[in-house]
Write a protein that binds this ligand. Structure first.
Ligand code: ARG
Length: 573
């Protein structure tokens, strides 16, 4: 249940107006508090403390309220009855299903023939968790790995392969796909990884090479058979690599792996609409749409539909992708998750979508991320000084976990090490406000103490092991205990705040709220565990049942939170 909402709705109904309900940091005086008396006294010209007494006595009449008290200039503290808390927790962690929306979620969105970099970390981790949260709340989501599979990088890579293997048949004017055996032309993932950086560096120095790459890009987009066959070869290599990452990060599989190339097939649709509204202008051989508004205070360059070489642009394919998604999914919302550097891009795309009435612009959302830096605030580098790729980062975290376990004399199997590393990596990412930059320090995030993934897992592992030992003891729902210890009570209240947290995390697209909830919950679980022994011999049977019951409720909620974060709980740690 959503305790906060329940109490808030009841108080509002009782008082006949909507008041502010707060959760005090310190629950010694009340579980909730309100400044209602002070607000109402101001408008009524009354004494706030006197009014508070009035309001407090009304609130006391609510059946779930144990007592109210007045503090300071007129704050009202509300304490909830133990049996109400107990019964609510016993009712289970079911979530009221909200009227469902269909959301197209565009995240991950990796690039073909380019290795994944640190910029892809947040979109993957946060995207996957938001997707899980949305589904948990009853929404329908369609996840898109909108792959970058159609732009200039394709031309650069093909031009580069041409310079390495000019004799390959893909470049011959009489190329015939039926006459070749694709197996004869292997490109390994490691090789492919080196092509794009090399090609892009060469393109910066060598004008002729760059022009060749541009030409190839346009030809590929126009269906050149040789380039298409070669493209299909390395596309496969890239897709396999992406798959590896998706599994490694324990992400849900994408519903659709359809990117720029797929969108480009629908360009004609949006082009027609643009022409019908006379929105395309020619400028230096390119076709553009003016998206600047008088109210703009920031630079707002035109939206480029075709570039001067007639190639499809990234912007144009994104516009066509909106058409495609509307046509195939008819979603209520489309979310895009990328780093902050793409803000201008999406502003432009959304403006044109609005001009074309392609999709309600208020339902197009770009959720953008801050930057992840290495220790010291510098861009993340590998040990040999290169920019760190996504796989490098994952490996660094794995190494840090191994080192820690070795130091602590823990002997854990590889699977467990991987689960801990995954938790370290993902939790720190989920825990930071998505828009802020943060510093990623493999040593810090792998600590077993503090606000870290391993701490969360450790709490779950310990709780699981207690409950495993307890077996089916006290499986039936025990009656309301005569009294609840503070640590029992605090934990129950936190459990009853789970639903509000997930909803708020979804409404605000804020995975940090879920991650921080996980941490608070773990702290309360550990305090409870420390102060309220469960299986010890000297614990009275009735008390043991009460505590086992609370521990089971905590386990249910904690494991739900952990699975929403896409982490795996090992058997031991
Ligand atoms: N492929 C792009 C990149 O790696 C991200 C694509 C985001 N999605 C989109 N519809 N533009 O930066």
């Amino acid at each position: 249940m959503n305790l906060y909402k329940y109490v808030s709705d009841a108080v509002n109904t009782k008082l006949g107006q909507s008041v502010n309900l707060e959760v005090p940091r310190n629950r010694d005086f009340g579980d909730f508090s309100t400044n209602a008396a002070m607000v109402m006294a101001r408008s009524a010209g009354k004494n706030p403390r006197e009014l508070a007494a009035d309001i407090a006595s009304k609130i006391s009449e609510l059946p779930f309220v144990a007592e109210t008290s007045i503090a300071g200039p007129g704050f009202i503290n509300i304490k909830i009855k133990n049996d109400f808390l107990w019964n609510s927790a016993a009712a289970g962690a079911d979530i009221e299903q909200t009227p469902a929306m269909t959301i197209d979620m565009d995240y991950g969105s990796y690039n073909v023939a380019k290795s994944l970099h640190i910029g892809h970390l947040r979109t993957s981790i946060v995207g996957d968790t938001l997707n899980r949260i949305a589904k948990f709340l009853g929404h329908k989501t369609i996840s898109y790995n909108h792959i970058g599979d159609w732009g200039r990088p394709m031309g650069l890579v093909i031009a580069y392969i041409e310079s390495l293997h000019p004799d390959w048949p893909f470049f011959a004017p009489n190329f015939d796909a039926d006459k070749i055996n694709p197996g004869d032309y292997t490109i390994t993932a490691t090789e492919l990884d080196t092509y794009y950086p090399a090609a892009s560096a060469r393109g910066k120095e060598d004008e002729a090479f760059l022009n060749r790459a541009r030409e190839i890009t346009a030809d590929l987009q126009n269906g050149h058979p040789g380039y298409t066959a070669l493209y299909n070869l390395f596309l496969k290599v890239s897709l396999d690599m992406m798959d590896g990452i998706i599994k490694k990060l324990n992400m849900m599989p994408f519903d659709k792996t359809l990117g720029e190339r797929n969108a480009s097939m629908h360009l004609g649709r949006v082009e027609e609409m643009l022409r019908a509204r006379n929105l395309l202008q020619t400028s230096d051989g390119a076709e553009i749409v003016t998206v600047r508004r008088d109210t703009d205070s920031e630079p707002m360059p035109p939206f480029m539909f075709y570039n001067s070489r007639g190639a499809d642009t990234y912007e144009a394919t994104d516009l066509a992708a909106i058409w495609f998604r509307k046509d195939s999914d008819n979603p209520d919302k489309i979310w895009y998750l990328t780093d902050a550097r793409q803000q201008l891009h999406f502003k432009q795309v959304f403006r044109v979508a609005e001009m074309l009435d392609l999709f309600p612009v208020e339902n197009l959302e770009h959720l953008y991320f801050g930057t992840i830096n290495g220790p010291g605030g510098q861009p993340f580098k590998t040990r040999d000084g290169n920019a760190a790729g996504l796989l490098d980062i994952i490996e660094m975290v794995g190494e840090a976990v191994r080192r820690r376990c070795a130091e602590a004399g823990k002997n854990l199997d590889d699977d467990t090490i991987e689960s801990i590393a995954l938790a370290a990596l993902k939790f720190t990412d989920l825990m930071h406000d998505v828009k802020s930059d943060y510093i990623f320090d493999p040593a810090a995030v792998t600590s077993f103490e503090g606000r870290t993934g391993p701490y969360i897992l450790y709490t779950a592992v310990r709780l699981n092991s207690v409950l495993r030992r307890a077996g089916t003891e006290c499986a039936a729902q025990p009656a309301m205990p005569t009294n609840l210890a503070t640590d029992e009570r605090n934990l129950i209240i936190e459990l009853l705040d789970f639903e509000r947290t997930v909803r708020s995390a979804f409404d605000n697209r804020a995975t940090d709220q879920l991650a921080n909830y996980a941490y608070d919950l773990c702290q309360l679980i550990n305090t409870f565990y420390h102060n309220c022994p469960i299986l010890r011999d000297d614990v009275a049977p009735q008390t043991r049942c009460t505590r086992l019951h609370i521990a089971r409720a905590a386990q249910a909620t904690l494991s739900t939170v952990i699975s929403l974060m896409g982490l795996r709980i090992p058997n031991e740690m």
